[in-house]
Design a protein around this ligand. Sequence first.
Ligand SMILES: [Zn+2]
Length: 736
Amino acid sequence: MAKFILLMFICYHCGLDPVFGLLSKRNVSSESLSSLNQEASEGFLWNNIRLPQSVIPLEYDIFLHPNLTEARFSGKVEIKCVIRETTNFVVLHSKDLVISQTTLTTIPSNEQKEVRMQMKNDTDQLFLIMEDAIPKDAEILITIVFDGILGINGDGFYLSEFFTSNKSSRYLASTQFEPTSARKAFPCFDEPALKANFSMSIVREKKHISLFNMPRVDSIPRKNNLVLDTFQQSVKMSTYLVAFAVGEYKGKSKLTKSGVNMTVFYDRTSLMETVDFSLDAGGTILDYFNTLFEVSYPLPNLDMIAVPYHKAAAMENWGLITYRKPYLVIPINSGYRWKYRAVSVIAHEIAHQWFGNIVTMQWWDDLWLNEGVASFMQYLGLQAFDNDWSMKNFFTEKINSMMSEDFTNSRALNQPVAVPDFSIFNGVTYAKGASIVRMVRGLLGEKAFMNGIKTYLNQNKYSNVVSDDLWQALSNSSDDGIDLKAVMSIWMGERAYPLVTVRRNHSEIQISQEPFILKNNTTSRTTPIWTIPFQYGILDQQGHFSRKMFLLREETATIKISGHFKLVKGNYRDDGYYRVNYDPESWKAITDQLMTNHEIFSPGERAHLLNDAVSIFARTKPLNMSVVMDLLNYMEKETDFLPWFSASHSFGILIKLRLKDIKPEVKVLMQKFATVATKALELIENQLQAKENNKGYKDAMKEYMVNLIRRINSRVSDSSPSTLRPSTDKFTQKMD
Ligand SMILES: [Zn+2]
């Protein structure tokens, strides 16, 4: 799922509110329905929020008849299960459904068992209790007939409204099941590890289409202008990836090079929009991943549908990805930023078809295996679609994650989840997860990393994994026998990240680590020692960088460097999820080099040099402001996006900490930001007039710089010491 998107040029938070004129007037209540099934509290045979492992689902056969006009649906589900341990009860999930009939028969004897039903509403658990126990290894068929309402809250099986060109209202019924809302559409074993094959039949009105994860195989007319569609059985998958949709939609298809039938479905309400762009991007990225991962996308189709109301940006349902409309149906003549945004989301969801769908986390504790890995792979997909949208832009992901960790009590990547809800889909899961993957790739090297990824996918196809499965596969592919489980344990279990300090002493460098804490926002903290893949560059007297890797396992270490060298640059190639500070002489060597030839450092490196310097300056006294001022000097020549994105974030740190109000010199620093940004803008405008390559990018860059300068200027002039708020004193104490 794309919860929110950290994107080039802006952080985009969709604020698309649905217009539910008619729906809001309908007086329907799901609570009143579910309460009908609640039996008097009499104790339960199973008291655990997780399902027992005694009964395992194998196949679902679902029948649904949604009525979009009356906002309700009726259905029947048949679930074939195997008994793993002798038991006299079955526990599965159901929420907000009215169950009218339940039967349980043994297979193949077809013997019907007496079943008593009990509902535990606080855990959404439906108990089917039998008189006699069913023995281990037996197979059973559970049949449940039910009714439900089509909600309007964007989860479960729900309605969203759109308007035709003549302003008349229409509805789409579609699904959003992740993490735990499949149980609102049909009774099921709603845990990610309980994978099964799903078959589907849907009754629809003739004017509608219906969609499921798999292609339709048959359509049979029924009376009253209705049609019964049936679909191919799905591959083995988790319940949260099941999806279906019914509405007055159209589709446009193309066959990708790898033979997958890709279709974009949309409501054709505006002629000024196109799906060609997203179809093209989707096809290119799917083909690229198919080749890269060496595990074929296993379905014959990949449908992508624009949904009028979507809680997230998009959802990766296998073979039927749902999107907020602006990411899929794109106005003709859309600019660079809009297209980048859309392709980022498309690449993320298609990456999930492997990371999440083919291989799924065992439980929601390891959600980062879905979201972090997909967020990393989306950058490879972006680059495959447009080479200018290269991996270097990943810096934006990392810097946003670090800032989130600096300012909030974020969760660790691996943290127990009892009840999964939308809050687990936070920025750390996505952006820190992706940053950790990128750091591991830097440690192993690209070839060994991709080999490990292919092994991970192949070994765990249609199955479930925990973090250690990924580390094991990657360790096995490592040329140096690196034990990634040990290396990554602190990164997974701790929130925050380290600061590495580099001190040069003639021909050796001393490095040390400590947790980077910008603001003391936790009451108690441990002092973890990370195992840090410290990648560094040594610039020799001839102006050539050589790349080195050192695994810093202790608090401090000394590295001997052979030969004379001009400077040492930590976090070389910008792969690491840590900040770097230097002794004053090393900072000076770096700033002198930036003034002489800044392009000797990559844009990502220039970006993190500035962000590290400002963050360290904002946090503590040791870094003199002159270091930051010297770094800023070179930026009047800077026309690349990443260093300016970094400057904007750095500026944001100063604003957030309200340092301008506390330290007078910070106002001078911010004025300097504005001055160098104005000079850089002149350069960018000159490049635009010279019509250099990539005009769309330069245009977007100009717009970005104009906004940045406007923001800085307004912040520099908006207050004086007399406007300080009382809380400032607290900050002063903390900062000093
Ligand atoms: Zn996702």
